[in-house]
Design a protein around this ligand. Structure first.
Ligand code: URA
Ligand code: ZN
Length: 381
């Protein structure tokens, strides 16, 4: 049996849930306090006063906060190791004065959870990754803190927590997007500490992109999640590229959610547009055009998850970044089975099937994508 590592799997730790329950503006949790599951309202498209409170957002159950439910899910789907991360919208919305405290609390909590799970069988005994369910984590950053020094300090502190293997971050950065020059100290700290950053969408696109709020709401979460999320990631990483982040920090390591959004598919078009605009972006304005090509960045700085649910997406990902940079993930606890009687998660089995259908001719690639690449890149021992 190959080693299976899930690098895209989220938690809303109990303390974070409690904080969301106390809030009345997005993001918040509405707990109807009858027999129904609480509702999680995190996407701006869900914050619609015309929808009754107990129908807004989506129902959440213990799979969002109970680590034992995650471990059961791992056993059920043959996953040996999970690299857990705080789910969106992370700590982006916090008051500046609260950000540092919350990131330390969440990151210490993640470390403690991993340590407890990894040591329960026999403390002190070194287990191989295949022997039992093992956890590692990506930390959350205090991006709304009053100074980027606080963010930099947390990046350095995470290196002292044994189970932390990187950070997860959204596309807003310090509030102005990822081409904001004031992020340079953060990129520098990530590069110097060799910390991988998992870039994950949350904000999607404005409802107007889909025809307005009514059209967006008409189709549930399909438009924001299927299209808004991947385009948000693509735009964020393209802005990093255009503003020369990868020229200034050539050793940055970025893992892109959902196989890079649409970056692998659009890389050629982005490259072509840069070529035609180069005179403008390097000459006229205050933006120096990127010196490195999209293709070079994809093969050197970018890792992609394999959460794309189909062969064409995986083929584009592997063609763009290479089979040694593609990593299995599930996006648990999102996209659960729709039917109570169904125990397997179709979102997971669809990704397994797509990986086998795409790479079965080449067993080495399958093993790498399912777990070998993650174990090597994230140093999971
Ligand atoms: N996947 C996520 O990671 N977040 C969401 O809000 C929905 C799907
Ligand atoms: Zn996710």
């Amino acid at each position: 049996m190959p080693l299976i590592v899930d690098i895209h799997t989220h938690v809303y730790p109990p303390a974070y849930m409690q904080m969301l329950r106390a809030r009345k503006t997005v993001p918040y949790v509405h707990d109807p306090s009858d027999a129904q599951d609480p509702r999680l309202i995190i996407l701006s498209s869900d914050d619609d006063p015309s929808i009754p409170l107990d129908q807004r957002g989506r129902p959440v159950d213990s799979s969002y906060w109970d680590i034992n439910v995650k471990l059961d899910f791992m056993r059920q789907h043959g996953i040996n190791t999970s690299v857990i991360s705080l789910a969106n919208p992370w700590l982006d919305f916090l008051e500046p004065s609260e950000a540092q405290l919350w990131s330390e609390r969440i990151n210490d909590d993640l470390e403690k959870t991993c340590a407890e799970v990894n040591n329960t069988a026999d403390p002190g005994k070194i287990l191989s990754l295949e022997q039992k369910e093992t956890l590692f984590a990506f930390g959350a950053l205090p991006l709304s803190a009053p100074s980027s020094d606080i963010v930099v300090n947390e990046i350095k502190r995470l290196k002292t927590l044994p189970h932390l293997r990187g950070v997860i971050m959204g596309t807003s950065g310090l509030g102005k997007g990822l081409d904001d020059a004031t992020l340079d100290s953060v990129w520098s700290a990530l590069q110097d500490t060799e910390t991988l950053m998992f870039l994950h969408p949350h904000y999607g696109l404005p409802d107007e992109a889909f025809g307005g709020p009514e059209v967006t709401a008409r189709y549930g979460h399909v438009l924001p999640l299927a299209l808004g999320f991947p385009l948000e990631t693509t735009i964020a990483v393209t802005r990093m590229l255009l503003s020369g982040v990868f020229d200034r920090f050539p050793k940055l390591k970025i893992l892109l959610a959902h196989s890079g959004g649409t970056l692998p598919f659009l890389a050629g078009r982005i490259e072509s547009c840069i070529l035609h605009e180069r005179k403008f972006i390097s000459g006229g304005g205050d933006v120096q055009g990127p010196q490195r090509s999209v293709w070079d960045v994809l093969k050197t700085n970018i890792y992609l998850d394999a959460v794309v649910y189909g062969k064409p997406g995986l083929e584009a990902a592997i063609a763009a970044s290479g089979g040694d940079r593609l990593l299995f993930g599930t996006d648990h606890p999102f996209f659960p089975p729709l039917d109570d009687k169904e125990s397997d998660w179709p979102s997971v089995t669809t990704n397994y099937k797509a990986i086998h259908a795409t790479f079965d001719e080449n067993a080495g690639v399958v093993e790498g994508v399912l777990g070998g690449n993650a174990a090597r890149i994230l140093n999971l021992k």
